[in-house]
Design a protein around this ligand. Structure first.
Ligand code: FAD
Length: 285
């Protein structure tokens, strides 16, 4: 739908080299797009691949949801992940009307002067809570576990704990959403004691991880039990980015065991291309 994937939805990326004061995801992605164009990249958008096949002549054929087909001699899978939903009644009805999956300037405006709820214990949730605390009167961060230590970078959890505008609720979950067409409150439940509390809010941010976009690979490559693409030693290939199918490579968040960060995804993307050239050269000969 848009260039830049998840990074494009990030309000502020502070750990990417070269931007000591941070950069918004939208700005980073725009720069990347211009730079790629300079080197001759052709973009096709919007465009979804629904099926991948290997043809008899050894080439790969990707079928788009428009029915168009694109052929190539090698494929780099970089389709990342998509956000998980939570099993809360009426969640889908209120998506975009109080339930959000990204915290950008636009969503921050919706919670100006009111309480915002962020669900999740990972870095995305932590960053969202920090960012929203500038606009909202208070941010409640609901975490399933008893600590943030295992799931969030230390620098971020320390900042959250020190911020008076942020309250962290451990072992907490949203059990009910209130409001007809627009969210106006939630019930928060303590998973251990069962105690509930109803809070007025117009914005809940669901940031509970993501599932890999790999259905379109149509069984051509081996996946792990969660659907991430296996590469390198897991499938006995020399390149850490080669999949179980010669000619198909995988990089970034979609790859099993990858570090889910902008810098690592960009790095993997640049490193894999030399392997693609090696494959093309060898298969041409
Ligand atoms: C809110 C948020 C904040 C973040 N903040 C940071 C941060 O501060 N620092 C950091 O290092 N990392 C951050 N991350 C993580 C970082 O954005 C990701 O690790 C990185 O974007 C992964 O890049 P990727 O290219 O592997 O996948 P993605 O960014 O997921 O991109 C995959 C792309 O493929 C497209 N796609 C999927 N399926 C198909 C298909 N079938 N056909 C065609 N296209 C398809 C998707 O639409 C998307 O555009 C953040 C993530 C989020 C969500």
């Amino acid at each position: 739908m848009a260039i830049g994937g998840q990074a494009g939805t990030s309000s502020r990326i502070e750990n990417y080299m070269g931007f000591p004061t941070g950069i918004s995801g939208a700005d980073l992605v725009w720069r990347g797009e211009v730079q790629a164009m300079k080197f001759g990249t052709r973009f096709a958008m919007p465009c979804r691949v629904s099926l991948l096949e290997r043809l008899d002549d050894g080439t790969f054929c990707a079928t788009l949801d428009t029915g168009n087909r694109v052929r190539g001699r090698s494929v780099v899978v970089a389709t990342g992940v998509q956000y998980r939903r939570l099993p809360i009644a009426r969640l889908e009805v209120l998506e975009g009307a109080g339930i959000y999956y990204a915290a950008t300037e636009i969503e921050a405006r919706y919670c100006r002067g009111t309480e915002a709820i962020v669900i999740g214990g990972g870095n995305s949730a932590g960053q969202a809570a920090m960012f929203l605390s500038r606009a909202a009167s208070r941010v409640r961060l609901l975490v399933r576990g008893t600590s943030l230590a295992a799931s969030m970078s230390n620098y971020l959890s320390s900042r959250l704990e020190a911020d008076p505008a942020i309250t962290i609720h451990y072992q907490a979950e949203v059990s009910e959403l209130h409001g007809e067409d627009q969210l106006d409150g939630v019930t928060i439940r303590n998973a251990v004691t069962g105690a509930t509390e109803t809070v007025a809010t117009r914005a809940v941010f669901v940031m509970v991880g993501a599932a890999p976009n790999t259905a379109w690979l149509s069984g051509l490559v081996e996946l792990d039990e969660k659907g991430f693409v296996l590469t390198g030693p897991d499938v006995h290939t020399a390149s850490p980015f080669a999949t179980s199918h010669p000619g198909i490579f995988a990089v970034g968040d979609v790859r099993a065991g990858s570090v889910k960060r902008v810098a690592s995804s960009v790095g993997e993307g640049s490193v894999v291309i030399s392997k693609v050239w090696e494959y093309l050269t060898a298969s041409a000969g």
